[in-house]
Ligand binder design. Structure first.
Ligand SMILES: NC(=O)C1=CN([C@@H]2O[C@H](COP(=O)(O)OP(=O)(O)OC[C@H]3O[C@@H](n4cnc5c(N)ncnc54)[C@H](OP(=O)(O)O)[C@@H]3O)[C@@H](O)[C@H]2O)C=CC1
Ligand SMILES: O=C(O)C1=N[C@H](C(=O)O)C[C@H](O)C1
Length: 267
């Protein structure tokens, strides 16, 4: 039985994760962490998540859970994620990180924990998206150098704070690596005004933020005469949450290292 604590338990993903852990026969909830000073401290996390009383109270400090928990699941913000990694390094815990929007410096800091903490870090925990990454590798290798323009289009709910999504960036990276291109050099993240014709090696990104869209990603390969679109649409956050719980069970048996969802799924 993997003993899990959810950091950001009052968030959209946090509440869904409570539900997902409850549904998993091989995982149990050791705790849930809310923002320091939150009015939700002391609230039952089962009631917060709408699954009924679980007799696990929300706390605002991980220190009190150190003896009880094996794996943290973190869907919060980059700064909180880095603090959680420091906690794991200090207390010998493991972590599954779903947080997106880390800048280069924050990614470097996260990577610095790879020799001290077993971690799964993935911008998207769904099986479907991780399979899609494999399909993209194949498509990019077959089409990318044959005159097909590559564009990544993503859509999410109105509350999302980072753009492009972590998943869109990952898709761009997979395509770029498959074609020996650098996303730093060839990624185009905005077009406006007289921006000129498209460079054939560009990998373009377009972002939609609207309503309650859970998460949609399309990679388009377009040339004169045809267009291929590889699309993933998430209709429930449960797909991410189930993947995260699966990753938590998996990382409980791993040595220090930075792992991806592809490692968890054996893809
Ligand atoms: N990898 C994946 O599969 C997926 C990744 N994500 C990513 O997960 C992240 C969270 O998304 P989402 O759940 O929609 O966002 P929310 O804003 O709904 O949830 C984040 C939660 O973290 C809480 N929080 C902030 N600071 C702390 C702290 N110090 N300690 C504990 N909790 C804290 C926030 O509290 P408060 O509201 O009080 O600020 C909030 O409840 C995003 O980066 C998103 O992109 C999302 C879905 C899938
Ligand atoms: O913020 C979200 O909601 C999501 N974020 C992740 C991302 O940035 O890729 C994954 C998913 O699409 C939902």
């Amino acid at each position: 039985m993997t003993r899990i604590a959810i950091v950001g338990v009052a968030g959209r993903m946090g509440r869904t994760l409570v539900n997902a852990v409850q549904q998993d026969d091989n995982a149990t909830l050791a705790g849930g962490i809310v923002e320091p000073g939150s009015s939700l401290v002391g609230a039952d996390i089962g009631e917060l998540a709408g699954v009924g009383k679980l007799d696990v109270a929300a706390m605002d400090s991980l220190e009190d859970l150190a003896a009880d928990v094996e794996v943290l699941i973190d869907f919060t913000t980059p700064q909180v994620t880095l603090a959680n990694l420091a906690f794991c390094a200090e207390h010998g815990k493991r972590i599954v990180i779903g947080t997106t929007g880390l800048n280069d410096e924050e990614l470097g800091a996260l990577d610095g924990y790879r020799d001290r903490v077993p971690m799964v870090f993935a911008p998207n925990m769904s099986v479907g998206v991780n399979l899609t990454l494999k399909l993209l590798e194949t498509a990019a290798k077959a089409l990318g150098d044959e005159g097909y323009d590559i564009e990544v289009i993503e859509a999410h709910h109105r509350h999302k704070v980072d753009a492009p999504s972590g998943t869109a960036l990952k898709m761009g990276e997979v395509v770029a690596e498959s074609l020996d291109r650098s996303l730093k050099e060839h990624g185009v993240f905005a077009r406006e005004g007289q921006c000129g014709p498209r460079d054939p090696k560009e990998i373009g990104f377009a972002t939609v933020r609207a309503g309650d869209i859970v998460g949609e990603h399309t990679v388009m390969f377009a040339t004169e005469g045809e267009r291929i679109e590889i699309t993933h649409k998430a209709s429930s956050r449960m797909t991410f949450a189930k993947g995260a719980v699966r990753a938590a069970r998996w990382v409980a048996g791993q040595a220090n290292g930075r792992y991806s969802m592809q490692d968890v799924l054996g893809l």
